[in-house]
Design a protein around this ligand. Sequence first.
Ligand SMILES: NC(=O)c1ccc[n+]([C@@H]2O[C@H](COP(=O)([O-])OP(=O)(O)OC[C@H]3O[C@@H](n4cnc5c(N)ncnc54)[C@H](OP(=O)(O)O)[C@@H]3O)[C@@H](O)[C@H]2O)c1
Length: 273
Amino acid sequence: MKHLQDTVKLHNGTEMPWVGLGVYKVDEATEVEQAVETALETGYRSIDTASFYDNEAGVGRAVKRSGVPEDEIFITTKVWNDQQGYEETLRAFEASREKLGMDIDLYLIHWPVKETYRDTWRALEKLYARGDVRAVGVSNFEPHHLQELRQVSDLVPMVNQVEYHPWLAQKELLEYCRTNGIQLEAWSPLTRGRKLDDPIVGRIAGRHGKTPAQVILRWDLQQEVVTIPKSVTPARIRENADIFDFELSAEEQRELNALDAGIRFGKHPDEFA
Ligand SMILES: NC(=O)c1ccc[n+]([C@@H]2O[C@H](COP(=O)([O-])OP(=O)(O)OC[C@H]3O[C@@H](n4cnc5c(N)ncnc54)[C@H](OP(=O)(O)O)[C@@H]3O)[C@@H](O)[C@H]2O)c1
């Protein structure tokens, strides 16, 4: 991966950009259109939203106004917990597509709601079989959820989007996903800003003339994990994309890997109600 628009080939052949803009907690009325427009101008070609974020319509408006052809932009959205179940998910998908006003490239189950996620997956199978979406996947699935899906379905999720950063390196999950052809995608890759003052990351950043955020995002790429940093600040949106002109050494990667301490800034999937 040498360029912001480089892609990874998912197991069904769909090409997904390695870097996207996350828009969780980006206000629809005041922020999302400007953030998405800045990202597209910068060269981003992937946007990660969700019905829960309540800004799909704003994302769609910004894409249309950008002048970038829609088929060059990879749109991810997700079915929220209270929309899960077979019929409910089919309806939720239509509602998201209508709000976005464009095709959805990747549709994810946002969280594995214990009672309903198997039926939700059946709906995603249907959407995929009908050609309504280019790829389907999950989010916040632990290995045991993925194993459970294997029991009930021949369709392997193309992506699993989970909390992932040097302090939560998800080794077992990453290994499971690699072995089974599931692409891991990092949410909260920047720890929501909480660990950007870490001295080890700072030292590595200084050595490369880069920022801590850039070092962490570069680490994602070198782990072959898709990453979707969120920012509404134009300079940061550009900074987070400027990660293709340096490389972390094997020793630096080891130092970053050693930060893993199982620290979460979001909920554990098995505890999320
Ligand atoms: N599937 C899920 O359950 C799930 C859960 C959480 C998130 N996500 C997805 O993952 C995306 C990213 O995660 P996130 O929004 O939780 O957090 P994040 O990307 O780890 O961090 C975002 C925070 O870091 C700040 N920031 C961004 N770039 C920076 C930089 N270069 N230097 C310093 N600070 C910087 C942002 O501030 P400003 O915006 O003020 O610049 C914001 O406060 C979300 O937007 C969403 O799309 C998915």
